[in-house]
Structures are given as structure tokens and as C-alpha cells.
Design a protein around this ligand. Structure first.
Ligand code: TYD
Length: 230
């Protein structure tokens, strides 16, 4: 099977009136800022919005998060891939699928499968096929309606990380080649899932980034669903 054929098996969940979004990008791309803006915007429109973080979000997932991000010794890429997939499956089962069943809910993921494609598939060199195969059973076959990939150059990522001045976690300690491979991974994922992944230039004013995102959110959610009563 070609990658394109495998990719077609990944579909958004079908819960009338509820939506699944995700945000992607390298460190410093501005995901957190935009997620808060989208959440506030949708809540004003009367939606119930939940923001979920990967890895984590369940007690099992938080343990896996600590195991990976605080690891003092290198983790094998295959182990890493399965840790992220485990955390994801549990979060989908425990939270996402139940919450999407409540009408007018929007679930926003801060990182989802495209992080695994970029980090484990590309930067850790496992390849896209290995990542997609590891997600071949339900509920891991679920993908968002829209994924916003906030695209920034790698040097801007380094500058923004320096400004934050926070201690570096496991992945933030990686060198330039790792970041270049991440960007290549995100580009390749965008080609593989052209309808789902929307590239947004993250190297512009916060408000401009948000306006671009808002247009897509409006056409997906506000025009295609019954508007909840305010
Ligand atoms: P986090 O502190 O949430 O990073 P960020 O603020 O950049 O989102 O840590 C998550 C880290 O885990 C991040 O460096 C990306 C990495 N990651 C993977 O390698 N694979 C994955 O599937 C996911 C979801 C995250």
C-alpha cells in the first residue's frame, strides 16, 4: 500500500455539531497563544471548548509525559513512538470520544498525530509508514477536521526559546539538524493530508495569525453547523 492509500484510512469523527481541531508546529511557533484565542472566540459563540495536551491529559498519559520529557537517558525512537501512541489512545478513549458526543463541543488538541510524524517519523527517522501503521487501529485512526500548522523558521524558534528562558526539556535540547528534520516532516505531512492540514505563517503579528485561523474556523464550524443559541 502507498502512503497515500494508508493516509485515506484516517478520518475525522462524525459527531453532529461537534468538532475536532489540532495545532502543530515546532517549539516557539505560537500554538499556545493561538489556542487560547480560538478557545475564547468559540466560547463567545456559545460552544463548549476543551483544550487537550499531548502527551498527557489522563492520569496514565501524564505519567507517560513525565517518563518521556524528564528522561535523563536517551529513549529508543521505537519506544518513544509507542509511548506517544499509548498516551493518545487513552486520551481519545477516556476524554475525546465521550466529550465529542455532547453537541456543540469543540475539542482542541495542542499537538496530535502530525507531531508524531514530524518528531518520530522524520526527526527520529522512523519514517511515516511506521508512524501511520502504529496508528492503524481505532481510536488512533481518528484525525481532526482541521489541523493548523503554524509555520516558523528554525532560527525564530531558537530565538523565541531563548526569550522564554525556561529549562529545556528532552526535545528542546536537540540540535539544528533535528529542527530542520521537524520542518521537513511537517511539510511532508501537509502534502500527505492536504485537506486537513492548513499551513499558517506563524512569523507575523499574533492578530494576523489569528485572523487567518478564524476564517477557516468560521467556514468549518459556524457555517456548517447549527449555531448554538446564545
Ligand atoms: P510540550 O512541553 O507539550 O511541548 P510544546 O510546548 O512544544 O508543545 O512537550 C511535548 C514534546 O513532545 C514536544 O517537544 C513535542 C514532543 N512530541 C513528540 O515527539 N511526539 C508526539 O507525538 C507528541 C504529541 C509530542
Amino acid at each position: 500500500m502507498t502512503l497515500q492509500e494508508i493516509a485515506k484510512k484516517f478520518r475525522p469523527p462524525a459527531f453532529p455539531g461537534s468538532y475536532f481541531l489540532s495545532f502543530e508546529g515546532i517549539e516557539g511557533a505560537g500554538k499556545s497563544t493561538q489556542i487560547i484565542k480560538v478557545r475564547d472566540y468559540l466560547e463567545e459563540k456559545g460552544f463548549r471548548v476543551l483544550v487537550l495536551r499531548e502527551p498527557g491529559g489522563t492520569s496514565f498519559g501524564e505519567k507517560l509525559r513525565q517518563a518521556i520529557l524528564n528522561s535523563q537517558s536517551p529513549i529508543h525512537p521505537v519506544a518513544e513512538l509507542h509511548l506517544f501512541a499509548s498516551s493518545r489512545a487513552q486520551l481519545l478513549h477516556e476524554v475525546t470520544l465521550k466529550e465529542l458526543g455532547v453537541p456543540n463541543t469543540v475539542i482542541i488538541y495542542d499537538r496530535y498525530i502530525d507531531s508524531t510524524l514530524a518528531y518520530q517519523g522524520s526527526a527520529r527517522k522512523l519514517g511515516f509508514e511506521a508512524v501511520l501503521q502504529s496508528h492503524s487501529s481505532f481510536p488512533l485512526t481518528l484525525v481532526p477536521h482541521i489541523t493548523f500548522y503554524l509555520k516558523i523558521p528554525t532560527d525564530l524558534s531558537h530565538d523565541r526559546q531563548k526569550m522564554r528562558n525556561a529549562p529545556k526539556d528532552y526535545f528542546e535540547k536537540q540540535g539544528n539538524d533535528f529542527y530542520t528534520a521537524l520542518v521537513e516532516g511537517y511539510e511532508k505531512a501537509s502534502e500527505l493530508f492536504p485537506e486537513r492540514i492548513i499551513q499558517v505563517n506563524g512569523h507575523q503579528e499574533v492578530e494576523h495569525v489569528f485572523q487567518e485561523i478564524k476564517e477557516h474556523v468560521d467556514s468549518l464550524i459556524l457555517e456548517n453547523s447549527q449555531r448554538p443559541e446564545n
